[in-house]
Design a protein around this ligand. Structure first.
Ligand code: SF4
Length: 359
């Protein structure tokens, strides 16, 4: 029997609605959520392809021996992690969460860390620092007279780019700044400014200042570091333009409101200072090298999918895949959306249950 259930797309922080199509319990496809106010019946290929990762789903709690998963059971793996935790000081535990964790998962993980006594908790923020200032919403893009995009919004966040297209239809001017040769965003811009380093980025920011005012919106999905982000923030505050950072994961903004986004170097420091590392729904090798993690700590990997990081873990607990999760995500514009589980891929503990058992 075919079933269609609504959830939120896990593939970027725009926050589009997505329907999951299941047949006899197995996920077989996706379908756009017609009445969703953000994407209004459209999903990009990244969103529609989110279910492809189920091909690498980890089904059983496992030990990792010589890089291979050796199936075990949840009680044994939890006991193995607790044994490691019992042998360390509180400050020797580090926890790396993810921008894919729900707000409720992050609350549970944060509580576990506080009760254990460690403040070494964070998630990779893709170079974005914590920010809490006023942010624009998607309707601000629709109504803007001038839009500055930093990064490839058309390629990576197509349903936010759709708002730029709608604004351009109403004669909005559109500039793009990026460090690539020419992206699809650059090809659609009235003017493209390519930068190559921090100095030319600062020049690019300064060169557009005269175009910006309170009817302008700056949309960015890429930044080199906190210093460059400050340049963009200052550009917005000095001109009255609204600012909309579109972050990497579906709950980047929610995670950022609760715990610190960390840089690559900060995560390496955190790993270097720990004896036990719990990683929740993140592949550290997306942004670190093998030498940054290999042989440094006992790694408990709470992960739904087998990837290149799996073999560097000591134990793996599957948790729930994104279609099985329920909870809330806070999207780029700060909208918190709740969702129920849209599929059941098998038995297993949720991330929240795992941390309750570890406590
Ligand atoms: S724009 Fe982002 S949230 Fe929307 S469908 Fe595409 S990947 Fe998913």
């Amino acid at each position: 029997m075919l079933e269609i259930k609504h959830t939120i797309c896990p593939s970027c922080s725009v926050g589009c609605g997505l329907n999951i199509v299941s047949k006899d319990g197995a996920v077989v496809g996706t379908y756009p959520y017609k009445r969703h106010p953000i994407n209004e019946g459209k999903n990009c290929s990244n969103g529609r392809g989110s279910i492809l990762q189920f091909e690498n789903k980890i089904n059983a709690p496992s030990l990792v021996q010589n890089g291979e998963l050796v199936e075990s059971d949840a009680d044994s793996i939890i006991a193995a992690i607790k044994k490691e935790l019992d042998a360390i000081d509180a400050s020797e535990l580090a926890i790396i969460c993810s921008d894919k964790n729900t707000n409720e998962e992050i609350d549970a993980i944060k509580k576990f860390a506080e009760d254990f006594g460690t403040d070494k908790i964070g998630f990779y923020g893709y170079n974005f620092p914590k920010f809490s200032g006023e942010i624009a919403n998607y309707n601000d893009i629709n109504n803007a007279k001038f839009i500055l995009a930093i990064g490839d919004i058309y390629g990576e966040n197509p349903l936010a780019a759709r708002r730029i297209v709608l604004a351009k239809d109403k004669e909005a001017k559109f500039f793009n700044i990026d460090d690539v040769e020419k992206s699809i965003t650059a090809l659609n811009a009235d003017e493209y400014i390519q930068f190559s380093d921090k100095a030319t980025f600062a020049d690019a920011i300064a060169s557009v200042k005269g175009e910006l005012n309170e009817e302008a919106v700056i949309v960015l999905n890429k930044i080199a570091d906190a210093e460059d982000f400050k340049l963009v923030e200052d550009l917005a505050s000095e001109t009255g333009a609204k600012l909309l950072p579109i972050l990497n994961g579906p709950n980047s903004k929610g995670a950022m409101d609760k715990i610190d986004p960390l840089t690559k170097d900060e995560i390496i420091d955190l790993i270097d200072g720990s004896k036990v590392l719990i990683v929740v729904n993140d592949n550290l090798l997306d942004y670190l090298s093998e030498s940054d993690i290999k042989g440094k700590a006992f790694i408990a990997n709470i992960s739904n999918f087998e990837d290149e990081f799996t073999k560097f873990s000591n134990v793996v607990l599957p948790g729930k895949a994104w279609v099985e999760k329920e909870g809330t995500f806070t999207n780029a514009e700060g909208l918190t959306q709740s969702f129920a589980a849209s599929a059941d891929l098998g038995e297993g503990l949720s991330e929240i249950e795992i941390f309750e058992k570890l406590a």
